[in-house]
Design a protein around this ligand. Structure first.
Ligand SMILES: NC(=O)c1ccc[n+]([C@@H]2O[C@H](COP(=O)([O-])OP(=O)(O)OC[C@H]3O[C@@H](n4cnc5c(N)ncnc54)[C@H](OP(=O)(O)O)[C@@H]3O)[C@@H](O)[C@H]2O)c1
Length: 301
Protein backbone atom coordinates (compact mmCIF):
# COMPACT_ATOMS: atom_id res chain seq x y z
CA UNK A 1 0.00 0.00 0.00
CA UNK A 2 1.04 3.63 -0.46
CA UNK A 3 0.57 5.38 2.86
CA UNK A 4 0.97 9.11 3.59
CA UNK A 5 1.24 10.38 7.18
CA UNK A 6 0.83 14.11 7.87
CA UNK A 7 2.15 15.76 11.02
CA UNK A 8 5.02 13.28 10.79
CA UNK A 9 7.34 15.28 13.05
CA UNK A 10 4.67 15.25 15.77
CA UNK A 11 3.91 12.86 18.63
CA UNK A 12 1.32 10.71 16.88
CA UNK A 13 2.56 11.05 13.29
CA UNK A 14 6.11 10.16 14.30
CA UNK A 15 4.92 6.99 16.01
CA UNK A 16 2.83 6.07 12.96
CA UNK A 17 5.84 6.41 10.62
CA UNK A 18 7.94 4.32 13.03
CA UNK A 19 5.30 1.58 13.25
CA UNK A 20 4.89 1.46 9.47
CA UNK A 21 8.67 1.15 9.10
CA UNK A 22 8.71 -1.75 11.57
CA UNK A 23 5.84 -3.48 9.76
CA UNK A 24 7.53 -3.06 6.37
CA UNK A 25 6.00 -3.79 2.99
CA UNK A 26 4.49 -0.33 2.38
CA UNK A 27 5.61 2.77 0.51
CA UNK A 28 5.46 5.45 3.22
CA UNK A 29 5.55 9.21 2.63
CA UNK A 30 6.01 11.27 5.80
CA UNK A 31 4.77 14.85 5.53
CA UNK A 32 5.88 17.38 8.13
CA UNK A 33 6.79 21.03 8.38
CA UNK A 34 10.38 22.08 7.74
CA UNK A 35 13.26 19.62 8.03
CA UNK A 36 12.63 15.98 8.91
CA UNK A 37 13.11 15.36 12.67
CA UNK A 38 12.37 11.62 12.51
CA UNK A 39 14.98 8.91 12.95
CA UNK A 40 16.16 7.47 9.63
CA UNK A 41 13.87 4.75 8.27
CA UNK A 42 12.24 3.27 5.20
CA UNK A 43 10.17 6.31 4.20
CA UNK A 44 10.37 9.39 2.01
CA UNK A 45 9.87 12.83 3.55
CA UNK A 46 8.36 16.09 2.35
CA UNK A 47 7.60 19.44 3.96
CA UNK A 48 4.19 21.05 3.41
CA UNK A 49 2.38 23.88 5.20
CA UNK A 50 -1.16 22.95 6.29
CA UNK A 51 -3.90 24.92 4.58
CA UNK A 52 -1.65 26.41 1.89
CA UNK A 53 -2.40 23.93 -0.89
CA UNK A 54 1.12 22.46 -0.50
CA UNK A 55 -0.22 19.38 1.26
CA UNK A 56 -2.85 18.70 -1.40
CA UNK A 57 -0.16 19.01 -4.10
CA UNK A 58 2.19 16.73 -2.16
CA UNK A 59 -0.54 14.09 -1.83
CA UNK A 60 -1.44 14.36 -5.51
CA UNK A 61 2.21 13.81 -6.35
CA UNK A 62 2.64 10.76 -4.05
CA UNK A 63 -0.75 9.23 -4.94
CA UNK A 64 -1.40 7.39 -1.64
CA UNK A 65 -3.96 4.63 -1.23
CA UNK A 66 -4.27 5.53 2.49
CA UNK A 67 -3.72 8.77 4.45
CA UNK A 68 -3.33 9.22 8.22
CA UNK A 69 -3.83 12.93 8.89
CA UNK A 70 -2.09 13.82 12.17
CA UNK A 71 -0.92 17.34 11.26
CA UNK A 72 -2.63 20.09 13.25
CA UNK A 73 -2.04 23.27 15.19
CA UNK A 74 -2.15 21.71 18.69
CA UNK A 75 -1.12 24.63 20.92
CA UNK A 76 -4.53 25.32 22.46
CA UNK A 77 -3.63 28.78 23.79
CA UNK A 78 -1.70 29.65 20.60
CA UNK A 79 -4.86 28.88 18.61
CA UNK A 80 -6.90 31.13 20.92
CA UNK A 81 -4.48 34.01 20.31
CA UNK A 82 -4.45 33.41 16.54
CA UNK A 83 -7.73 31.86 15.40
CA UNK A 84 -6.90 32.51 11.74
CA UNK A 85 -3.82 30.32 12.09
CA UNK A 86 -5.97 27.66 13.83
CA UNK A 87 -8.53 27.77 11.01
CA UNK A 88 -5.89 27.56 8.27
CA UNK A 89 -4.13 24.59 9.85
CA UNK A 90 -7.04 22.64 11.31
CA UNK A 91 -9.92 23.38 8.92
CA UNK A 92 -8.31 24.37 5.60
CA UNK A 93 -5.52 21.82 6.23
CA UNK A 94 -7.96 18.97 6.87
CA UNK A 95 -10.15 20.06 3.95
CA UNK A 96 -7.22 19.93 1.52
CA UNK A 97 -6.22 16.48 2.75
CA UNK A 98 -9.82 15.27 2.40
CA UNK A 99 -10.12 16.81 -1.11
CA UNK A 100 -6.97 15.02 -2.21
CA UNK A 101 -8.22 11.71 -0.74
CA UNK A 102 -11.54 12.11 -2.53
CA UNK A 103 -9.83 12.85 -5.85
CA UNK A 104 -7.44 9.91 -5.47
CA UNK A 105 -9.94 7.45 -3.99
CA UNK A 106 -7.65 7.11 -0.94
CA UNK A 107 -8.93 6.01 2.47
CA UNK A 108 -8.57 8.74 5.12
CA UNK A 109 -8.31 8.69 8.89
CA UNK A 110 -8.28 12.25 10.28
CA UNK A 111 -7.17 12.61 13.90
CA UNK A 112 -9.18 14.81 16.26
CA UNK A 113 -9.66 15.57 19.93
CA UNK A 114 -11.84 15.29 23.04
CA UNK A 115 -11.87 19.13 23.01
CA UNK A 116 -14.81 18.97 20.57
CA UNK A 117 -16.89 18.39 23.74
CA UNK A 118 -17.69 21.14 26.24
CA UNK A 119 -16.61 19.11 29.26
CA UNK A 120 -19.87 19.48 31.16
CA UNK A 121 -20.69 15.77 31.39
CA UNK A 122 -17.85 13.54 30.20
CA UNK A 123 -16.66 10.94 29.52
CA UNK A 124 -18.20 11.05 26.08
CA UNK A 125 -19.17 8.39 23.55
CA UNK A 126 -18.90 8.79 19.80
CA UNK A 127 -22.60 9.62 19.42
CA UNK A 128 -22.58 12.41 22.04
CA UNK A 129 -23.10 15.89 20.62
CA UNK A 130 -19.99 18.03 20.27
CA UNK A 131 -20.11 21.55 21.67
CA UNK A 132 -16.62 22.98 21.19
CA UNK A 133 -15.45 25.97 23.19
CA UNK A 134 -12.48 28.04 22.14
CA UNK A 135 -10.62 28.47 18.87
CA UNK A 136 -8.66 25.17 18.92
CA UNK A 137 -11.77 23.18 19.81
CA UNK A 138 -13.91 24.89 17.15
CA UNK A 139 -11.26 24.52 14.48
CA UNK A 140 -10.86 20.80 15.23
CA UNK A 141 -14.64 20.25 15.15
CA UNK A 142 -14.87 22.08 11.80
CA UNK A 143 -11.95 19.95 10.60
CA UNK A 144 -13.89 16.81 11.54
CA UNK A 145 -16.87 18.04 9.51
CA UNK A 146 -14.61 18.92 6.56
CA UNK A 147 -13.19 15.38 6.55
CA UNK A 148 -16.60 13.71 6.90
CA UNK A 149 -18.13 15.92 4.19
CA UNK A 150 -15.33 15.90 1.63
CA UNK A 151 -14.04 12.34 2.03
CA UNK A 152 -17.15 10.17 2.45
CA UNK A 153 -16.36 6.88 4.16
CA UNK A 154 -13.45 8.37 6.09
CA UNK A 155 -12.93 7.88 9.82
CA UNK A 156 -12.29 10.57 12.44
CA UNK A 157 -10.15 9.19 15.28
CA UNK A 158 -10.30 11.20 18.51
CA UNK A 159 -7.45 11.13 21.03
CA UNK A 160 -6.73 13.15 24.19
CA UNK A 161 -3.67 14.32 26.19
CA UNK A 162 -1.09 12.59 24.00
CA UNK A 163 2.29 11.64 25.50
CA UNK A 164 5.38 9.73 24.44
CA UNK A 165 8.70 8.72 25.96
CA UNK A 166 10.48 8.30 22.61
CA UNK A 167 13.76 10.07 21.89
CA UNK A 168 13.06 13.46 20.33
CA UNK A 169 9.36 13.49 21.29
CA UNK A 170 8.22 16.94 22.33
CA UNK A 171 7.57 17.83 25.96
CA UNK A 172 4.15 16.85 27.28
CA UNK A 173 2.44 16.94 30.66
CA UNK A 174 3.60 13.38 31.39
CA UNK A 175 7.22 14.01 30.38
CA UNK A 176 7.30 17.20 32.44
CA UNK A 177 6.08 15.26 35.48
CA UNK A 178 9.02 12.86 35.09
CA UNK A 179 11.57 15.59 34.42
CA UNK A 180 10.48 17.96 37.17
CA UNK A 181 10.15 15.30 39.87
CA UNK A 182 13.53 13.84 38.82
CA UNK A 183 15.09 17.27 39.41
CA UNK A 184 13.36 17.54 42.79
CA UNK A 185 11.00 20.27 41.56
CA UNK A 186 7.30 20.27 42.41
CA UNK A 187 4.70 19.63 39.72
CA UNK A 188 1.53 21.69 39.43
CA UNK A 189 -1.45 19.75 38.08
CA UNK A 190 -5.11 20.60 37.56
CA UNK A 191 -7.28 18.78 40.07
CA UNK A 192 -10.56 19.64 38.32
CA UNK A 193 -9.71 18.55 34.77
CA UNK A 194 -10.83 14.95 34.20
CA UNK A 195 -9.26 13.63 31.02
CA UNK A 196 -8.43 10.60 28.97
CA UNK A 197 -4.80 10.18 28.04
CA UNK A 198 -3.19 8.61 24.97
CA UNK A 199 0.20 6.95 24.80
CA UNK A 200 1.24 8.04 21.30
CA UNK A 201 2.46 4.56 20.28
CA UNK A 202 -0.87 3.02 21.24
CA UNK A 203 -2.98 5.75 19.62
CA UNK A 204 -0.92 5.50 16.44
CA UNK A 205 -1.32 1.71 16.33
CA UNK A 206 -5.10 2.00 16.69
CA UNK A 207 -5.25 4.73 14.01
CA UNK A 208 -3.19 2.62 11.58
CA UNK A 209 -5.31 -0.47 12.17
CA UNK A 210 -8.44 1.64 11.63
CA UNK A 211 -6.91 3.00 8.41
CA UNK A 212 -5.46 -0.15 6.91
CA UNK A 213 -7.55 -3.01 8.24
CA UNK A 214 -11.09 -1.65 8.53
CA UNK A 215 -13.60 0.24 6.41
CA UNK A 216 -15.06 1.91 9.52
CA UNK A 217 -16.70 5.23 8.64
CA UNK A 218 -17.43 8.03 11.12
CA UNK A 219 -16.05 8.93 14.53
CA UNK A 220 -14.09 6.52 16.75
CA UNK A 221 -12.49 7.24 20.13
CA UNK A 222 -8.95 5.76 20.32
CA UNK A 223 -7.44 7.09 23.56
CA UNK A 224 -6.23 4.96 26.47
CA UNK A 225 -9.04 3.49 28.58
CA UNK A 226 -8.76 5.37 31.90
CA UNK A 227 -10.47 8.69 32.69
CA UNK A 228 -8.87 10.52 35.60
CA UNK A 229 -7.95 13.99 36.82
CA UNK A 230 -4.51 15.40 36.08
CA UNK A 231 -3.36 15.14 39.71
CA UNK A 232 -4.18 11.42 39.71
CA UNK A 233 -2.41 11.01 36.36
CA UNK A 234 0.69 12.82 37.62
CA UNK A 235 0.67 10.67 40.77
CA UNK A 236 0.37 7.49 38.68
CA UNK A 237 3.32 8.57 36.50
CA UNK A 238 5.36 9.38 39.61
CA UNK A 239 4.56 5.98 41.16
CA UNK A 240 5.49 4.08 37.99
CA UNK A 241 8.83 5.91 37.78
CA UNK A 242 9.50 5.50 41.50
CA UNK A 243 9.65 9.26 41.95
CA UNK A 244 8.78 10.94 45.20
CA UNK A 245 8.07 14.64 45.28
CA UNK A 246 5.35 17.19 45.50
CA UNK A 247 2.35 17.32 43.17
CA UNK A 248 0.49 20.55 43.85
CA UNK A 249 -3.22 20.48 42.96
CA UNK A 250 -4.38 23.62 41.15
CA UNK A 251 -7.91 24.53 40.09
CA UNK A 252 -8.33 25.67 36.49
CA UNK A 253 -10.06 28.91 37.52
CA UNK A 254 -6.99 29.89 39.58
CA UNK A 255 -4.86 30.16 36.42
CA UNK A 256 -5.30 32.77 33.69
CA UNK A 257 -5.41 30.71 30.51
CA UNK A 258 -6.28 32.23 27.12
CA UNK A 259 -8.38 29.23 26.01
CA UNK A 260 -11.16 27.47 27.93
CA UNK A 261 -10.49 23.90 29.07
CA UNK A 262 -13.18 21.20 29.19
CA UNK A 263 -13.30 20.11 32.85
CA UNK A 264 -15.31 16.88 32.81
CA UNK A 265 -13.95 15.54 29.54
CA UNK A 266 -12.66 12.07 28.68
CA UNK A 267 -13.50 9.60 25.93
CA UNK A 268 -15.43 6.34 26.14
CA UNK A 269 -13.51 3.73 24.16
CA UNK A 270 -15.79 0.66 24.25
CA UNK A 271 -16.37 0.83 20.50
CA UNK A 272 -12.64 0.81 19.69
CA UNK A 273 -12.14 -2.01 22.18
CA UNK A 274 -14.79 -4.07 20.36
CA UNK A 275 -13.63 -3.17 16.83
CA UNK A 276 -9.85 -3.25 16.97
CA UNK A 277 -7.18 -5.85 17.65
CA UNK A 278 -5.04 -3.09 19.23
CA UNK A 279 -7.09 -2.32 22.35
CA UNK A 280 -7.17 0.95 24.32
CA UNK A 281 -4.57 0.48 27.07
CA UNK A 282 -5.26 0.43 30.79
CA UNK A 283 -3.45 3.15 32.75
CA UNK A 284 -1.01 0.58 34.13
CA UNK A 285 -0.20 -0.91 30.71
CA UNK A 286 0.21 2.55 29.15
CA UNK A 287 2.56 3.70 31.91
CA UNK A 288 4.58 0.47 31.69
CA UNK A 289 5.15 1.21 28.01
CA UNK A 290 5.87 4.90 28.68
CA UNK A 291 8.44 3.87 31.29
CA UNK A 292 10.07 1.41 28.86
CA UNK A 293 10.23 4.12 26.17
CA UNK A 294 11.82 6.48 28.69
CA UNK A 295 14.45 3.92 29.72
CA UNK A 296 15.30 3.27 26.05
CA UNK A 297 15.54 7.03 25.45
CA UNK A 298 17.99 7.44 28.33
CA UNK A 299 20.05 4.55 27.01
CA UNK A 300 20.09 6.01 23.45
CA UNK A 301 23.40 7.60 22.35
N1 LIG B 1 -1.13 16.50 21.70
C1 LIG B 1 -2.29 16.30 22.34
O1 LIG B 1 -2.33 16.28 23.58
C2 LIG B 1 -3.55 16.06 21.57
C3 LIG B 1 -4.75 15.93 22.28
C4 LIG B 1 -5.93 15.68 21.57
C5 LIG B 1 -5.90 15.57 20.19
N2 LIG B 1 -4.73 15.73 19.53
C6 LIG B 1 -4.75 15.63 18.06
O2 LIG B 1 -3.87 14.59 17.67
C7 LIG B 1 -3.34 14.89 16.37
C8 LIG B 1 -1.85 14.71 16.40
O3 LIG B 1 -1.29 15.68 17.29
P1 LIG B 1 0.04 15.37 18.12
O4 LIG B 1 -0.37 14.98 19.46
O5 LIG B 1 0.91 14.48 17.34
O6 LIG B 1 0.60 16.85 18.21
P2 LIG B 1 1.96 17.48 17.69
O7 LIG B 1 3.10 16.72 18.26
O8 LIG B 1 1.85 18.94 17.97
O9 LIG B 1 1.91 17.20 16.13
C9 LIG B 1 1.26 18.03 15.22
C10 LIG B 1 2.16 18.23 14.03
O10 LIG B 1 1.51 19.13 13.11
C11 LIG B 1 2.47 20.01 12.61
N3 LIG B 1 1.92 21.30 12.23
C12 LIG B 1 1.35 22.23 13.03
N4 LIG B 1 0.98 23.29 12.31
C13 LIG B 1 1.34 23.04 11.03
C14 LIG B 1 1.24 23.75 9.82
N5 LIG B 1 0.66 24.96 9.78
N6 LIG B 1 1.72 23.20 8.69
C15 LIG B 1 2.30 21.97 8.72
N7 LIG B 1 2.42 21.24 9.83
C16 LIG B 1 1.95 21.76 10.98
C17 LIG B 1 3.46 20.23 13.74
O11 LIG B 1 4.68 20.64 13.17
P3 LIG B 1 5.90 21.14 14.08
O12 LIG B 1 6.40 19.89 14.76
O13 LIG B 1 6.82 21.74 13.11
O14 LIG B 1 5.30 22.12 15.06
C18 LIG B 1 3.49 18.89 14.44
O15 LIG B 1 4.59 18.10 14.03
C19 LIG B 1 -3.84 16.30 16.02
O16 LIG B 1 -4.98 16.19 15.22
C20 LIG B 1 -4.24 16.88 17.37
O17 LIG B 1 -5.23 17.87 17.24
C21 LIG B 1 -3.54 15.95 20.18
Amino acid sequence: MRIAVTGANGLLGGEAVRLLGEAGGHAVHALGRGPCRLPAGPYSYGSAELGSGELEAALQAFRPTHVLHCGAATDVDGCERDPLMAWRANVDGTAEVARACRALGARLVAVSTDYVFDGEAGPYAEEDAPNPRGAYARSKRCGEEAALLLAPGCAVARVAVVYSGRPGAKATFASQVVEKLSRGEPVRAFSDQRVSTTLAASGAAMCLELLLETAYAGVLHVSDAAVLDRVAFAAAVARRFGLAGQIIPVRTAEVQLPAPRPLRAGLKVARAAALLRNKPLSLEAALDRFHAEWQARRAAP
